[in-house]
Design a protein around this ligand. Structure first.
Ligand SMILES: N[C@@H](CCC(=O)N[C@@H](CS(=O)(=O)O)C(=O)NCC(=O)O)C(=O)O
Length: 218
């Protein structure tokens, strides 16, 4: 009964949800999987066969499966938001809310490009052009994040918001997937910003790490 989150240890998308649940003080069961292995439960809950999936079995009728991280966060804000007495992750004011959502678009896009690159590099003959295209998206995204962060503690307003949860999780993911990536030299303000966020309890409790994929994927 209650909320269950299907997650994976390296997933930046799932980490956004884990951090938000933690920041909001919402108890949940963590179900850690490898979505690329045949053992995954994701197809039973998400027609797109992806995690994160938030399963709401809190007794309001049939269990509900909520999927796509940005939508899960919207769902959480609707049912576990300031109107229900929980901490909000959206900035006040439509313009700031939309800016935070735009930052999430870029952060998720950087994560998408990293995932595509990760698997392309595992092919017998990786396409240099395809990898170069994804690298351009990562670099363009980091440049945009760096501009948004500037020398601020938080991207929008003066407290943690969706923008920082999204930006922080993709930067934390890149420390795992691209530990040698010199993004931390290219963008020292992003490194300081990421290191500062990683000091928060919600980030400390959700640190990403690589998973072992048993099935052949590509
Ligand atoms: N847009 C999705 C992306 C989710 C996603 O790609 N999840 C990966 C796992 S991870 O990359 O986040 O670790 C997955 O389930 N992939 C399985 C598949 O794509 O079949 C979201 O934001 O939730």
């Amino acid at each position: 009964m209650g909320l269950t989150l299907i997650s994976a240890t390296p997933s930046p998308y799932a980490r956004k949800v884990r951090i938000s649940l933690h920041e909001k003080g919402i108890p949940f069961t963590l179900q850690t999987e490898v979505p690329w292995d045949s053992t995954t439960q994701t197809p039973q809950h998400n027609p797109l066969e992806k995690l994160p999936v938030l399963i709401d079995d809190s007794g309001k009728g049939e269990p509900t499966s909520v999927y796509e991280s940005h939508f899960i966060l919207e769902w959480l804000e609707a049912y576990y938001g300031p109107d229900q007495g929980y901490k909000g992750i959206l900035p006040k004011g439509k313009a700031d809310e939309l800016l935070a959502k735009q930052v999430q678009v870029v952060a998720d896009g950087v994560a998408d490009a990293c995932v595509l690159m990760f698997f392309e590099k595992q092919r017998d003959q990786p396409s240099k052009e395809w990898i170069a295209r994804q690298e351009r998206k990562v670099n363009g995204g980091l440049k945009a994040l760096s501009r948004w962060v500037g020398d601020k503690e938080f991207i929008v307003g003066d407290e943690l918001s969706l923008a920082d949860i999204a930006a922080g999780t993709v930067l934390g993911y890149m420390k795992v997937r691209y530990p040698t990536q010199d993004w931390q030299e290219d963008y020292p303000n992003l490194k300081q910003y990421s290191d500062r966020l990683e000091e928060r309890e919600s980030f400390k409790d959700t640190k990403p790490y690589p998973q072992k994929i048993s099935d052949k994927i590509v």
